[in-house]
Unconditional design. Structure first.
Length: 365
């Protein structure tokens, strides 16, 4: 029987995780709770430990973040990278074979490689549980995961892990019933297409909503420049695609705006509303919002108005999914029109409209 430690009551959680890390380094198998089901973990540098995992092929490779995914799947498409940024840590497993032969899989022992990438496809996941995330950060080398067997499905409690352990586990961390009590959704990504191989927590509708190209315009208060850029971008992009603004999400484009120092719920400046109207765009229902980490990290295009905004973004979010950029391709700042007359807002609108041309061409690629 494995040693069992109750994660909910341990006096020294850091010591427990140090112990779990040492066991994995020594070629042992540790069962971790996750938000979906319990999972068995082994170091990818310990072939004997990998063989002790449940007889699953392929095993899942645990990664520390979305940024690490391309070390293992160098050819992972923008769609795959986008899904990883928006759902990790979380109940999503990505499968792809795009460039795996050029990735780190080739450095694994042949027996391990056969278990994790038997047909050239590799499965990656970042589970959303503090214990496993901490161990991943501490343990050098790859960690492989196998879903712990339960009563006919994945184990959602420590008791179910114990009933099916069969000598596969050396240490079990018990965190009670798992949060979702169902498996992670397994999604295969091929280029710009995705399909669900195994249903789970993340639904098809959720995937459709998050699979689109996300563009976020950023200014200071989210009442003038960035909402105007959002509105005009929606108008120009819809015209280019031959659809309505309302149809953009269905066409795979999510356009929004936020502010690095914005108060939530404020309206757009009346002058900005009027300028938008002259271009056939609508800002009447706009409500300002501060830029969140989730919105910033999930963006495919994070577009700032000034160099100062760029610096602020990099200070606030040092691990962004995409490199922030200026709206102006020439690198010039877009001055803040707040408090100025209508003619200044009109000039601001003209500059935004002009700058959006090259950006929209890139967005559509």
């Amino acid at each position: 029987m494995p040693a069992v430690l109750d994660w909910r009551t341990v006096a020294d959680p850091h010591g427990v995780l140090e112990h779990a890390t040492r066991l994995l380094s020594a070629g042992q198998v540790v069962a971790f709770p996750t938000e979906t089901t319990y999972t068995l973990a082994a170091s990818g540098l310990a072939p004997a430990a990998v063989e002790r995992l449940a007889d699953q092929r392929p095993l899942t490779l645990a990664v520390r973040s979305a940024a690490e995914a391309r070390d293992w799947i160098p050819g992972l498409s923008k769609l795959g990278q986008r899904l990883a940024r928006r759902f990790w840590p979380g109940p999503l497993t990505l499968e792809s074979s795009e460039g795996t032969a050029e990735g780190l899989v080739g450095r694994l022992d042949a027996a391990v490689r056969d278990r994790v990438c038997p047909g050239g496809a590799l499965r990656l996941r970042t589970p959303a549980h503090e214990a496993l995330l901490t161990v991943l950060a501490r343990l050098p080398g790859p960690v492989l995961l196998a879903e712990a067997a339960g009563n006919g499905s994945g184990a959602v409690s420590a008791e179910q892990v114990l009933s099916q352990a069969n000598g596969h586990v050396d240490l079990l961390l018990d965190d009670g019933p798992s949060r979702f009590q169902q498996p992670a959704t397994l999604v295969q990504v091929v280029g710009h297409s995705w399909s669900i191989l195994q249903p789970g927590v993340i639904t098809e509708q959720m995937l459709k909503q998050q699979a689109g190209c996300q563009v976020v315009f950023v200014c200071t208060g989210n009442t003038c420049r960035s909402p105007l850029a959002e509105a005009l971008c929606k108008k120009r992009l819809a015209d280019a695609l031959g659809c309505t603004i309302e149809e953009l999400p269905e066409r795979g484009f999510l356009i929004s705006s936020a502010g690095v120092a914005a108060y939530p719920g404020g309206p757009a400046a009346p002058e900005a509303v009027e300028v938008a109207r002259t271009y056939g765009a609508d800002l009447d229902a706009h409500q300002s919002r501060p830029l969140s980490s989730q919105l910033a990290v999930g963006a495919d295009f994070l577009v700032a108005m000034t160099q100062g905004h760029l610096l602020t973004l990099m200070e606030m979010f040092p691990r962004l999914g995409s490199q922030p950029r200026l709206l102006s391709a020439e690198g010039t700042d877009l001055p803040d029109p707040i408090g100025m007359g209508p003619e200044v807002y009109e000039e601001c609108g003209r500059q935004i409209w002009s700058h959006l041309g090259p950006l929209i061409e890139e967005i559509r690629k």
